[in-house]
Design a protein around this ligand. Structure first.
Ligand code: ATP
Ligand code: MG
Length: 140
């Protein structure tokens, strides 16, 4: 295993319910280190670009609308096997299918408002981190 970095977003349903600290506690208890973090309002253009792989999916419009509906917290997480590890810590996309103790099982409201995003591959993690952070703002 190698030390990796992955990209995380605490979505608007998390910030709306003041869950930033509670979600971060699960992340840190899992052994992932938050090496960069910033609270932002995602622009329509940023959200469309970020989720452009889903552009043809029926929920794309709803997804972009949701991601721009309130503040989000963008993060870089570091640790052993961080990409797969964070996917495990987040749980399944649909909270009804998320395993006990995962972030989505604990906090997500629905398949759309599901509290967190995490990169699905090391390659995408690199691309996503670059979209929101400069190297100098990541302190490992
Ligand atoms: P994310 O990319 O946000 O980490 P994921 O990789 O688990 O989540 P994807 O299949 O990449 O899931 O879908 C991206 C996001 O689109 C989901 O997190 C969710 O917010 C939204 N989404 C996915 N499927 C649906 C759906 N059927 N209805 C509404 N929104 C959905
Ligand atoms: Mg995804």
């Amino acid at each position: 295993m190698a030390t990796e970095r992955t990209f995380s977003i605490l979505k608007p349903d998390a910030t709306a319910r003041n869950l930033t600290g509670a979600v971060n506690a699960v992340i840190e208890e899992a052994g992932l280190r938050i090496v960069a973090q910033r609270r932002i309002r995602m622009s329509d253009a940023q959200a469309k670009k970020f989720y452009e792989v889903h552009a043809e999916r029926p929920f794309y419009g709803e997804l972009v609308e949701f991601m721009t509906s309130g503040p989000v917290v963008v993060q870089v997480l570091e640790g052993e096997n961080a990409v797969a590890k964070y996917r495990e810590v987040m749980g399944a996309t649909n909270p009804a299918q998320a395993a006990e103790g995962t972030i989505r099982q604990k906090f997500a409201k629905s398949v759309g408002e599901n509290t967190v995003h995490g990169s699905d591959s090391l390659e995408n993690a690199g691309i996503e981190i670059k979209q929101f952070f400069d190297d100098k703002d990541i302190v490992g």
